[in-house]
Design a protein around this ligand. Structure first.
Ligand SMILES: O=C(O)CCC(=O)C(=O)O
Ligand SMILES: [Fe+2]
Length: 375
């Protein structure tokens, strides 16, 4: 079974033709270009030696089925129902991710934000390039439309394009980089952002109660200036899904992430005890992912799960992840009330700014910055 971090093996590269044209850093354009009919995707996207399933274009989404379904938490019951809280505890300890239903976001709003996101990606490249994450075509910034930052020449890129936006605090929204088309995009994303906040509150209060901490313990870490960011991932079909990943293995930065995924294309996988499991889609529910900051603050009681997205050769897929981060100047450490003589701190104190700097370095290499913070 593949493990994280993954390192390319010395397996020989299959023979392939060189690309005739310079490679655009956008997977949608690559896929649309005639060159994609060649059997192999461009080298930069290929994970040599990491073939994750079979080969020959067999859809990799048929991996291990979960030994039990991903826990589904009824958010309307979570504040008062002990059984629901117990379910949450199991979900957090076993998987670090779970689904929520009765979350208070109307189906029409979920559809609106997904449709607007899909419509953005369906537009011609010139329109999308207006929001590029490359300033002057070369200087990378996290916010905007594009792919990963290229940190090294041998870095393997993901078979997907992304749109990354700051949605909170409101005065930090860089509206110049928010798509103007489709026109519905801005309103849908604003509405979705404002309704998602309540979900974060209910879950973080319940998590604090599970640890016998003050109910506001995690919520108080945010203050007014904590950033909330959105990453909209657009996965394009790939002729050799066995050779690429839609999104490399990673754990999320931030305290918590909510994930809105396509209703019918399942592609997300989670790693548990060295085995990858498919996370099935569940229309109208939201997936909640624990982030690295929570793993640190809970002293490892709640795990930030390693996950990845596999490609397929037929269907497009879009997902929208909302990350609840913390202020760059803040320091986090395991909650003092969780530490005892026989339960010492398992993570160092870390400033968010330093964590984030390390995060992007590690992310590009497919390793985890969190591992460097363990004691
Ligand atoms: O597309 C997905 O299902 C997951 C996306 C993800 O993990 C992320 O944006 O951090
Ligand atoms: Fe993620």
């Amino acid at each position: 079974m593949e493990r994280v971090p993954t390192t390319p093996t010395a397996e020989p590269e299959p023979e392939r033709e060189e690309e005739a044209m310079p490679m655009p850093n956008l997977v949608q354009e690559l896929a649309a270009a005639a060159g994609v009919k060649q059997e192999l995707p461009p080298t930069r996207y290929v994970r040599w030696g990491q073939q994750h399933h079979g080969g020959g274009g067999v859809s990799p989404v048929v991996a291990n089925q979960l030994p039990e379904p991903i826990p589904v938490i009824d958010l309307s019951r979570l504040p008062s129902d002990a059984l629901e809280a117990a379910k949450l505890q199991t979900a957090l300890q076993d998987w670090g991710l779970f689904l929520v239903i009765n979350h208070g976001i109307e189906a029409s709003l979920m559809d609106a934000v997904m449709n607007a996101s899909n419509q953005f990606f369906e537009q011609p490249p010139e329109e999308k390039q207006k929001y590029s994450n490359l300033i002057d075509g070369k200087h990378f910034q996290v916010e905007g439309y594009g792919n990963d930052q290229i940190k090294t020449q041998d870095q393997t890129l993901d078979w997907s394009d992304r749109l990354h936006l700051i949605v909170g605090p409101e005065d930090k929204r860089n509206l110049a980089i928010w798509p103007k088309r489709p026109e519905s995009f801005r309103f849908a994303l604003e509405e979705y952002t404002s309704k998602s906040k309540r979900i974060k509150h209910i879950i973080l209060a319940a998590m604090a109660r599970l640890l016998d901490l003050d109910e506001g313990y995690f919520l108080h870490q945010f203050g007014d200036r904590a950033p909330t960011t959105v990453r909209i991932n657009h996965y394009v079909p790939c002729p050799r899904p066995d050779l690429v990943l839609g999104f490399k293995a990673h754990s999320d930065d931030g305290v918590l992430a909510t994930l809105l995924v396509d209703n019918d294309v399942s592609a997300l996988q989670v790693l548990k005890d060295g085995i990858w499991y498919n996370v099935p889609t569940n229309p109208r529910s939201l997936l909640i992912n624990i982030g690295d900051f929570m793993e640190i603050m809970s002293n490892g009681i709640f795990k930030s799960p390693v996950h990845r997205v596999v490609a397929n050769c037929e269907k497009e897929r879009t997902s929208l992840a909302m990350f609840y981060g913390l202020d760059a100047e803040k320091e986090i450490k395991p909650a003092a009330d969780l530490l005892h003589d026989n339960q010492p701190a398992r993570y160092k104190k870390v400033k968010i700014r330093n964590y984030m700097a390390g995060f992007y370095e590690h992310f590009a290499r497919g390793t985890r910055v969190l591992d460097t913070m363990k004691i």
